[in-house]
Design a protein around this ligand. Sequence first.
Ligand code: FES
Ligand SMILES: [Fe+2]
Length: 385
Amino acid sequence: MPANMTQNAQSLRQHLTELTSRAKDEAYSMPSHFYTSDAFLELEKEHIFRKEWVCIGHIGEIPEPGDFFTTELIDEQLLVARDDTGDINVLSNVCRHRGNLVENEASGNRRSFICPYHAWTYKRDGALKTAPLMKKAKAFDPAKCGLPRFNTEIWNNFIFVNLDGTAQPLAPQMASLDGILHNYHHELRNLLFMEDTVWGTNWKNLTENFMEGYHLFATHPKTLQPMTPTQLCRKVPGEDRWTAYRSYYDPEYPPRGPFHEDMTEDEQRNSVLFNLFPSFVVAVAANYTLFLCLRPHGADQVSIRWGVCGLKSDPNDPEVVAYVDLCKAFNAEDKEKLETLQQAQKTRFFAGGPLAPDDLEGTIWDFLKYMESRLGAKSAALAAE
Ligand code: FES
Ligand SMILES: [Fe+2]
């Protein structure tokens, strides 16, 4: 990396550490450069996205043996497939022969996966099945030619991958958030909608945006504000792995049932929005779950796999369609704001600004603290480099 790039990443690391050592009531945002720097993005890829549990989808996308979808995470091509025993594996979608892409479709069902280049064929669990005309090749050992399998964990029906294989088990780290979510019974909700898209904004811009209720009245005056007004947002104390807030429903807004019988009256009146760091952002409402799996796509773009879950099972049910349409409408409102934000962030004159009080932007403060814990000036992992 050129010296000046290293230097600007170093100065952001230093800035992050100094900023987050302030008291919470003096919370401030990061300079624009935090959201545009290629050098800092390289650190994020290496020290966050390669090392953490990253959500890449929902088990409802691949309910049957042989079902699969393909996706990408920081230049790793992934093949997520259900095998004959019903297990979900996250495989490398890179052929063990000469490294071409094995599966080229976005999703589907296969008896086996055939690399189109020289037709090496893999079983549904990634083991090599056949390799044409290879018997006389001395270096060829079929047992060593399965598709590599990444560390995988399912939490709350969401599929997580850990690329470098060093992350501690996820579920035990989520126990207290599980407690907060328990009565909503997200696990009973079916996947009803799923879409892949790319927005022209840094991944941290969308992560922060999803997690703060301050912008609702200004950015979503007709879509979200009448339902979940900014004024009724309440921060939930976060932990190392996550941050959250509750967005309470306007008392004038019709009840958002059907409610699970476990839900308290208070829970019937709010959605829990959380970020499982770094970038899995979810809104568990009284009736539906909206989730966004985010990952960087260059410094100025974010790849999004987003979906909706609910108790209904028919994606064409008019009520489901209306809810997905509402999500599309407020997503479009956010996209517009976040793409102008990215444009404005090319400036050299924005050094950060004051964050709104804890209930409104405290989640951004928690996120910056998380970023500091991984990439701050004192980060042990980086110091060793
Ligand atoms: S690269 Fe896949 S079969 Fe040759
Ligand atoms: Fe928004």
